[in-house]
Design a protein around this ligand. Structure first.
Ligand code: AMP
Length: 557
């Protein structure tokens, strides 16, 4: 790995060559703070209690050391590692990560969750797997059927443990842990550490090493003149959103930070396609190549630098007006470092962060650590962009009017004025100037989404509210939501529809079947909006009462 000689590398963590190769291919240049701390401990077999949110790189922090020890533990058919996660989405995501990192080790990984055909999962389990990534409900179901063998499990990972407790999985977790060997290793990751979680950890973890990503306050006033904004953008819309934001912000010079070399390369290409002069900068380039790129930025022949943290370390670029985080940085400290590159010497700087809807907590942590206020905004619309481009044209014309080299064009206007109204002549001239100024005609509407706020519902940053959540595509997938209030509490379908439409962007038509039972109710909602519905209902009162709300599909085979 060609990384900064000062910082520790993945190789320094003692990872096997197959894993190092996979990480190089993925373009990871250096471990994130949680990876630096957790990988050696987990690889050594220690129990670990880690506090880390999504976006910190926690998945690699536990999956790499599990893969590192796979060969030593591997049994014929029964899994040697069990990862428990709260949702189906996370089960898929985590098992994909295991696949990506463990390809060269031939790791057999199976995601297991409710709502998917159980037959296929049974068949795969029967054929033999190394790692099972499961939601607790389905894991317990398979365990009770005798299809999931846990007697060979060497490591259990509880990922997003606070979420699992919130979703009512406490008993399931206990039952599953009790079915694993006593001498197993247990690793627990959670964004928050509520007391209930501590109790669970005390019962099931042995002398755990504790890891918390440092939260020291950055020196007060360290970045006073930086305007900080975050835009909530679905992953797929990020390239378009970035282009749009840059068009509006019109930076003199900007650095766009990415997580990996691959991201640097593809984003550079996209931005160049949009008419920017973007240059890549990453650890895979020679010093000479890097110097050239820096030279072009300083000389003003390039206006955007797309870089990884490693490559941009120590750079000091005077002209820099904007720092863009293409992803929420994996550690608050790196956010602080990145934005420290603008707003120097009393000049104003701008820091922009693109955040995915699930990255709300990570951003909150950054705000706390950096002692900053990050305003959350929606991505500019096509109309905003057009208005902004007209503004720029108007400003350019104004400048030209104030200058004094217009006389030689007088003859053009005068001859045209014989034939046309002066206003029309002006309009045509503005049109030509506007078109000549360039800019991509961009008609793509970018979906307006908001943070998934779970427990923070209703306390989101300014601007996060009032935007619309992802909508159901007609006939799209649905999820069933369990609400712990029923006929006994006087609940009628209208109450649930009212609560959901009042708290989310869904309309009555988006809501499917509603079943009211004696003590609970089940509501069908579009899958893309399910998390939003759950967090909103948890935060609100229904008929004057708080209800337990969770997904109901974990147990449906
Ligand atoms: P997680 O916090 O596990 O959800 O990871 C967040 C994202 O960061 C995922 O897209 C990972 O692929 C990526 N990632 C994790 N570790 C690294 C690293 N060391 N360098 C670059 N990207 C990483």
């Amino acid at each position: 790995m060609n990384s900064d000689p000062d910082g520790p590398t993945f190789a320094d963590l003692g990872l096997r060559p197959e894993l190092l190769q996979a990480l190089t291919t993925l373009g990871y240049e250096e471990p994130t703070p949680i990876q630096l701390e957790a990988i050696p401990l987990v690889a050594e077999g220690r129990d670990v209690l880690g506090q880390a949110a999504t976006g910190t790189g926690k998945t690699a922090a536990f999956s790499l050391p599990v893969l590192q020890r796979l060969e030593a533990h591997r049994s014929d058919r029964a899994p040697v590692a069990l990862v428990l996660v709260p949702t189906r989405e996370l089960a898929v995501q985590v098992s994909e990560a295991f696949h990506r990192y463990g390809k060269d080790l031939g790791a057999r990984v199976l995601p297991v969750y409710g709502g998917a055909p159980i037959v296929r999962q049974l068949r795969s389990l029967d054929a033999g797997v190394d790692v099972v990534v499961a939601t607790p409900g389905r894991a317990l179901d398979l365990l009770n059927r005798g299809s999931l063998r846990l007697d060979e499990v060497a490591t259990v990972i509880l990922d997003e443990a606070d979420e699992m407790l919130d979703m009512g999985f406490a008993e399931d977790l206990e039952a599953i842990l009790d079915a694993t060997p006593e001498q197993r290793q247990t690793v627990l990751f959670s964004a928050t550490m509520p007391r209930r979680l501590d109790a669970l950890a005390r019962r099931h973890l042995r002398d755990p090493a504790r890891i918390t990503i440092a939260r020291e306050q950055a020196a007060a006033g360290s970045s006073p003149r930086v305007r900080q904004t975050a835009y909530v953008v679905p992953r797929a819309a990020k390239p378009a959103a970035l282009g749009r934001i840059l068009d509006i912000e019109a930076p003199t010079a900007a650095i766009v930070f990415c997580r990996t070399r691959e991201e640097v390369d593809t984003l550079t290409e996209t931005l160049n396609g949009r008419g920017y002069r973007a240059e890549p900068l990453h650890g895979g380039m020679s010093q000479e190549q890097r110097d050239k790129v820096m030279g072009r930025l300083r000389a003003g022949t390039a206006d955007l630098l797309v870089a990884t943290d490693v490559a941009a370390r120590g750079l000091d670029i005077e002209q820099l007006t904007h720092v863009v985080n293409y992803d929420v940085p994996s550690a608050p400290e790196s956010y602080v470092h990145r934005i420290g590159r603008v707003g120097r010497a009393g000049r104003e700087g701008v820091a922009i962060t693109l955040a995915e809807p699930r990255e709300h907590r990570q951003l909150k942590t950054i705000e706390k650590v950096a002692g900053a206020t990050i305003a959350v905004q929606t991505v500019p619309t096509v109309a905003d962009l057009r208005a902004r481009r007209l503004d720029l044209t108007r400003a350019a014309l104004r400048e030209s009017l104030l200058g004094d080299e217009l006389d030689r064009f007088r003859v053009v206007v005068e001859t045209l004025a014989d034939e046309f109204d002066l206003m029309e002549v002006a309009l045509a001239a503005v049109k030509l100037a506007h078109e000549a100024a360039g800019g991509v005609d961009d008609d793509e509407e970018i979906p307006q989404v908001r943070f998934r706020t779970d427990r923070d519902a209703g306390r989101g940053p300014a601007g996060a509210r009032g935007e619309r959540p992802a909508r159901r595509t007609p006939g799209g997938p649905t999820a069933r939501v369990f609400v712990g209030l029923g006929r006994e509490a006087g609940i009628r379908p209208g109450d649930l529809v009212g609560a959901i439409t009042g708290e989310t962007g869904l309309t009555g038509r988006d809501i499917g079947a509603i079943e009211i039972h004696q003590r609970f109710a089940l509501v069908e909602v579009p899958e893309p909006a399910a998390n939003e519905v759950i967090s909103s209902l948890r935060a609100t009162m229904i008929k004057g009462r708080k209800a337990t709300v969770r997904r109901d599909n974990q147990r449906t085979p």
